[in-house]
Design a protein around this ligand. Sequence first.
Ligand SMILES: *Cc1c(COP(=O)(O)O)cnc(C)c1O
Length: 369
Amino acid sequence: MFSYTVPYSALATEAALVKTELMRAVESVLDSGRYILGPEVAAFEREFAEYCQAKFAAGTSTGTSALYLALRGIGLDERDEVITVPNSFIASASSVALAGAKPVFVDICDDGNMDSQKLEDVISDRTRAIVPVHLTGRPARMKDVLEIARRHDLFVLEDAAQAVGASLDGKRVGSWGHAACFSLHPLKNLHAFGDGGMVTTQDPDLIAGLLKARNHGMVNREQCDFWSFNSRLDEMQAAMLRVQLRYLDALTETRRSLALRYNDLLRPYVEVPDEGPGEHCVFQTYVVKAERRDELKQYLNEHGVEALIHYATPIHLQPAAKDLGYSALDFPKTMQHVSKILSFPLYPTLTHVQQDRVVELVGSFYQKN
Ligand SMILES: *Cc1c(COP(=O)(O)O)cnc(C)c1O
């Protein structure tokens, strides 16, 4: 098997940093005999809410179910529309369709996030909610989005799946909207060893509904208020997540310093992801914009660097989205962005030697060509 000298991720090396504590957490759950909705999930929910500067948090089975349950929690019907961006992971839009409404897209700015100045063009009398995505770990323009939402009486659900710990003007993602959704997938900055998700909110009614909705619509063992899935976070994952959460700030700092080092070294060759005013980015992905991107990607891959594209096909052009009626002529900014983006390996255990190898290859690609 071909193996990269600079792989895109190195999850096992990261887990090894805290392995003793993780094993202790696993053992304690095993010994407790409580595996579903017990003290670990409850404690993680409290700690996570506090971390995100939010009032409440609820664990879910995945980030996608977090989005789906939060959207369903506001009671969408099939004529309702929810606005999000085409430049995201598919779940930002699939969750809207699954919750029974119609995804409507708005174009992005140069930084890859929702263009709030174009929002009002796509708001209709059927619009119920806006789902800004904090893509790559960069906070979306929440002040503008919230101001527009207030004017039109819309619900704001942050897709914070990539952005745990990111903040704008010192206020963390997960505390801005009516609710926010997080993914705990292994490739996200705070992750389970398997799947998991979280919803944060300031709204006591929404959280009460979510706690039922993730658990068959049940209030307790006897009473079911509405039909719903089983979408729970489990005790084993929650116990390991509590360990990870204690190290999150330190790991994020390492990630940030590596990202800023990439920015300095790569600036002569490609467009680097500088932070905007007031933004504290957490770099879940490190994405540059490159000329002759496809050739550069191939060159890096052939020389042992696993560079990837997030995401090569925007959501509005997916086969699943064909009934929404969009075409490749829509969203020029997104289309331009998608043709240039390239994600480089970035994780807390990436070494400077590995990073220098990436930079050296990028330099030699542009000098040779
Ligand atoms: C990862 C991700 C999700 C979905 O999370 P899962 O836990 O994989 O279901 C949703 N939105 C965005 C932007 C993501 O990156």
